[in-house]
Write a protein that binds this ligand. Structure first.
Ligand code: SAH
Ligand code: SF4
Ligand code: F3S
Length: 456
């Protein structure tokens, strides 16, 4: 008997790994009759998939819970009461605290336990005396997720690695996502094949430290020992239909030679590398426990550029880490000038409870940090705009993803992950076609279609 249809609303905060997790939560809940909707008001189940990385991110969940309360209250006496779940990294970090601070929450799951959602929801309903439609045994997350994947569009995320053992002194991830763990190669290949069979042409392999990947070799190749990311990429490149592969986020210390070589050898590996450095000052890098100098970082970039000269380099920066002086900040600006970024994310240091950085002396004044952030961001914007403008006049293969904002236009991505709009017929969605770039701004490119869809 088909389960009764119910409405599911998931709100996702934070990084791409949360985006992936939200998709998988939908997959896990689909057999129970849950169908995604776009607004929480009338939902049977609301899941907030949360992020703990900065204070602002973590606080957002509490404001959202406040907004949900009247909706939940309004449905309380109906035959379809609302269940509210907090998932993700705030769930992991604050656990039972959330239910105390926000009694509107019915259940909390962490990033490694959301495969248990059906069971936890069942328990919640049982506690309310509701009839249960189904239950299932909790098993390890990715085993539980081995089934089908609902796919929207032509570009998909695929988590290959979880957690982090690096313990940068500012960061909560090792506490919220746990120890570094890699999925076995066969499991990843199986998921990638499902995606390809459903029309996905681009996959982005995800991990908090995706290039620390060391997964169990495929069946029959056990003698190889664990495979690194470079090897995994070569293997995935053989899957028909997957024209584009990306990966994120990487740590400079894990850029090994095999991975760097892949950037020169694999046509489907897109020329874009997100490699955060956080600071240009060796003193600050040391205090952050990044375990590399700026010079070592620059050398990695140089090596990647030597095999793939056009590669777009992206990064993350933190300003105002404890002890950061004007001289340290100047070193960051100098480092940015040296690398010349195609894009970057930059943040003011946020003091996270329980991390070593929070207890360090010489915390930086908010106003100083804000000013530094502004200075850094203007430089990064200048570089990003400059990079985008270097594409003008070039012919680039674009993967069209969806309709654009203006009628008759499509939105797509260049190999360098730039957003692009151009006039194109709607049947090109999901196709890769050549576009001559006619204009560029800070955030996007515009162009003229020069070729019909590829034969594939
Ligand atoms: N694993 C990745 C980063 C994951 S977190 C890496 O090692 O690079 C994503 C980004 O958030 C980080 O690169 C960092 O720039 C930023 N970030 C993490 N913790 C932060 C904090 N406490 N305050 C401000 N920014 C932070
Ligand atoms: Fe956080 Fe550092 Fe791990 Fe990245 S490498 S997730 S910044 S602890
Ligand atoms: Fe945030 Fe957790 Fe990702 S803290 S950045 S959602 S790993």
């Amino acid at each position: 008997m088909a389960p009764q249809r119910k409405k599911l609303f998931i709100k996702t905060y934070g990084c791409q790994m949360n985006v992936y997790d939200s998709e998988r939560m939908r997959d896990v809940l689909a057999p129970l009759g849950y169908e995604p909707i776009d607004a929480p008001d009338d939902a049977d189940l609301v899941i907030l998939n949360t992020c703990h990385i900065r204070e602002k991110a973590a606080e957002k969940v509490y404001s959202e819970l406040g907004r949900l309360r009247p909706h939940k209250d309004a449905k309380a006496d109906s035959n379809r009461p609302m269940t509210i779940a907090v998932a993700g990294c705030v769930g992991q970090a604050e656990g039972a605290e959330i239910m105390k601070r926000a009694p509107v929450v019915d259940l909390v799951v962490g990033p490694q336990t959301y495969h248990k959602l059906p069971e936890l929801i069942a328990q919640t309903h049982r506690a309310r005396g509701e009839r249960l439609e189904t239950e299932f045994e909790p098993v390890a997350k990715f085993d539980a997720l081995a089934g089908d994947r609902a796919v929207e569009g032509h570009s998909a995320f695929l988590t290959v690695q979880e957690g982090c053992d690096k313990f940068c002194t500012f960061c909560v991830v090792p506490y919220t996502r746990g120890a570094e763990w890699s999925r076995p190669v066969d499991q990843i290949v199986a998921e990638a094949r499902i995606l390809a069979s459903k029309g996905v042409r681009e996959i982005t392999l995800l991990g908090q430290n995706v290039n620390a990947y060391h997964g169990e070799a495929p069946a029959g190749r056990e003698a190889d020992g664990a495979w690194g990311l470079g090897r995994l990429l070569r293997h995935l490149a053989l899957i028909g239909g997957l024209d584009r592969i990306r990966y994120t986020t990487s740590h400079p210390r894990d850029m090994d030679d095999e991975l760097i070589a892949a950037h020169g050898d694999l046509e489907c590996l897109m020329p874009y590398l997100h490699l955060p450095v956080q600071s240009g000052s060796d003193k600050i890098l040391k205090a952050m426990n990044r375990q590399h100098s700026f010079e070592e970082y620059a050398r990695v970039i140089e090596k990647v550029r030597s095999v793939r000269p056009d590669i777009a380099i992206s990064g993350d920066f933190i300003v105002g880490f404890p002890g950061e002086t004007d001289v340290d900040f100047e070193a960051t600006l100098q480092g940015v000038r040296e690398i010349n970024y195609a894009s970057a994310f930059s943040f003011k240091y946020s003091r996270r409870p329980g991390t070593p950085g929070a207890a360090m002396p010489l915390q930086i004044d908010e106003a100083v940090a804000s000013e530094r952030l502004q200075t850094l961001q203007s430089l990064l914007v200048e570089q990003q705009t400059g990079f985008n403008r270097t594409q003008i006049g070039k012919r680039l293969p674009v993967l069209f993803e969806k309709a654009g904002r203006i009628d008759g236009q499509l939105h797509g991505r260049s190999p360098y992950l730039q957003s692009l709009h151009c006039d194109a017929p709607s049947h090109l969605v999901g196709q890769i076609a050549d576009v001559v770039i006619t204009d560029a701004t800070r955030n996007s490119l515009t162009g003229r279609l020069v070729e019909k869809a590829d034969a594939a």
